[in-house]
Ligand binder design. Structure first.
Ligand code: ADQ
Length: 464
């Protein structure tokens, strides 16, 4: 890469060395290459100034924050990004909330951000934009005359053609995405949906080299399944738990779930499936516990308040009906947990229960596998609807709408012989290693470097 790398994401990490998969990987990439990370800082409430503001430690690369007004927060972030695009991409058109103000806020923030980035970008720089908050950013940068490479990576599922109808007409994903050089998606199924969208678009053509021709430019669409920082996670999980009392309290058959409290994660059905498992188990002396860690997220959005109430009611009922004086079947923790402790909790859990209705990838599935003891691994029960299921086919795959099937999978997982657990673990672990997040960002950036937006003659004959 000749110029510098500019990463754009909704949030910017404020810690000198951020913890956690994706943020850590991007931090490491920028630390090696130098460059700029642009994002909004939750602590930075100033009204949007014309230029980006330097924040945090600037030693290895620069961190530049953009400000959001209260109106931007309501319309761009809570509104269009999280009450329109998020539900559409997660097949929940019924939860979409429409407002012209949302669209205006989304366009306003993307336009302003493009201007702010244009001030610091040179033509040989590469801009890597992350996620659904910024679909139109490349279009806005192109309007300003930026001719350099711009890549996009979507972390959440690419919507099905039928679901795109729930977007306002002006929000044309095809038009917006065509202004990038390379669109990265999580899975092959996402790529298929994205190509289907382009195929149905007047003026877009699929070229011989697999790229999309749109107007006088081309865009590449490819899958880059994201992963975790495997070595760090394995090493953390191996260290013994510091709190001996906690380790003793958590003995027995622990089933673990770890998710942001989001309606896409399928938590109510997970609780129901666990309740069904308790009801139907033949050995009543066997006391499995579900440890569900679900920190709050986007609590100002009504759909998130509703899911919280539903879960609290379900948890109360499940414990009321099944608990004994010395046994609480469901422990439901509504806050963040230190990642070191999280890795150890995964390791002691006999089952990792990951049952989203829709999920771009789901890193918890990969973290659970990486944390296991290879000599005595636990079992991953994984929704077929998670991107992770495309390659982790040796997990126990379940339909997250089918309570009975999930309850049976729990029984199977808790009774699985050692040899089968090891075989399944090894197959899943091979996939986790193959998608290590460091390699993911290298692969993406190298493909972006090789991409070319302007039409070349060898790609000219179209396949319709
Ligand atoms: P998320 O929807 O946030 O990510 P996921 O991939 O599971 O979903 O990542 C969550 C991360 O947060 C994991 O690293 C997990 O350990 C951590 N986490 C969750 N609950 C926690 C808690 N209580 N305490 C501490 N840490 C917690 C989006 C998409 C996914 C996609 C990722 C990455 O929705 O589909 O896999 O981006 O691309």
């Amino acid at each position: 890469m000749s110029g510098k790398l500019i990463v754009v994401s909704n949030r910017i990490p404020t810690a000198a060395t951020p913890a956690g998969g994706l943020v850590y990987a991007l931090h490491e990439t920028l630390r090696k290459t130098g460059g700029i990370w642009v994002g909004s800082d939750p602590e930075f409430h100033a009204s949007p100034s014309r230029s980006l503001t330097e924040i945090g430690d600037q030693s290895a690369y620069r961190r530049l924050a953009f400000g959001l007004t209260e109106l931007d927060h309501q319309t761009f972030y809570l509104g269009f990004a999280n009450s329109v695009l998020w539900p559409v991409c997660h097949r929940r058109g019924d939860l979409v909330r429409m407002s012209r103000r949302f669209e205006q806020g989304y366009r306003r923030v993307n336009k302003r951000l493009a201007q702010q980035i244009f001030e610091v970008a040179k033509v040989d720089d590469t801009i890597w934009v992350h996620d659904y908050h910024f679909f139109p950013l490349a279009s806005e940068l192109r309007k300003l005359g930026f001719e350099g490479k711009i890549g996009f990576f979507l972390h959440i599922p690419f919507p099905a053609l039928g679901d795109l109808g729930a977007l306002p007409l002006e929000a044309s994903l095809a038009r917006w995405l065509a202004d990038y050089d390379l669109v990265g998606l999580q899975t092959r199924a996402d790529v298929a949906r994205c190509l289907e969208m382009f195929r149905s678009e007047l003026g877009a053509e699929l070229m011989n080299d697999g790229k999309i021709k749109y107007g006088d430019q081309t865009v590449g669409v490819r899958s880059f399944p994201i992963g975790i920082d495997v070595d760090t996670f394995v090493a953390t999980a191996k260290r013994p738990m510091a709190d001996a009392k906690l380790a003793a309290d958590l003995s027995g058959d622990i089933v673990i779930g770890v998710d942001r409290l989001d309606y896409s994660k399928g938590l109510p059905n997970r609780f129901r499936a666990f309740g069904r498992y308790l009801e139907t188990r033949t050995d009543k002396s066997r006391r499995a516990s579900l440890l569900q860690i679900a920190p709050p997220t986007r609590e100002e959005v009504t759909a998130y308040q509703d899911i919280r109430h539903e879960l609290e009611e379900l948890a109360g009922r499940l414990n009321g009906e099944n608990a004994e004086l010395d046994w609480t079947p469901l422990r439901y923790i509504h806050r963040n947990i230190d990642r070191n402790l999280l890795a150890k909790l995964y390791r002691i859990a006999r089952v990792g229960l990951v049952t989203p209705f829709a999920d771009g990838m789901n890193l918890v599935a990969k973290e659970y596998i990486a944390a296991q003891d290879p000599n005595d691994p636990g079992v991953l029960v994984l929704s077929r609807m998670a991107g992770a299921a495309e390659d982790m086919t040796q997990a126990l795959l379940v339909n997250p709408y089918d309570i009975e099937e999930m309850s049976e999978a729990l029984t199977q997982a808790l009774n699985m012989p050692l040899q089968e657990r090891q075989d399944r673990y090894e197959a899943c672990m091979a996939q986790v290693k193959a998608t290590d997040v460091g390699r993911w960002s290298e692969n993406y950036l190298s493909a972006l470097k090789d991409s070319r937006r302007k039409l070349s003659w060898d790609s000219f004959s179209s396949t319709g």
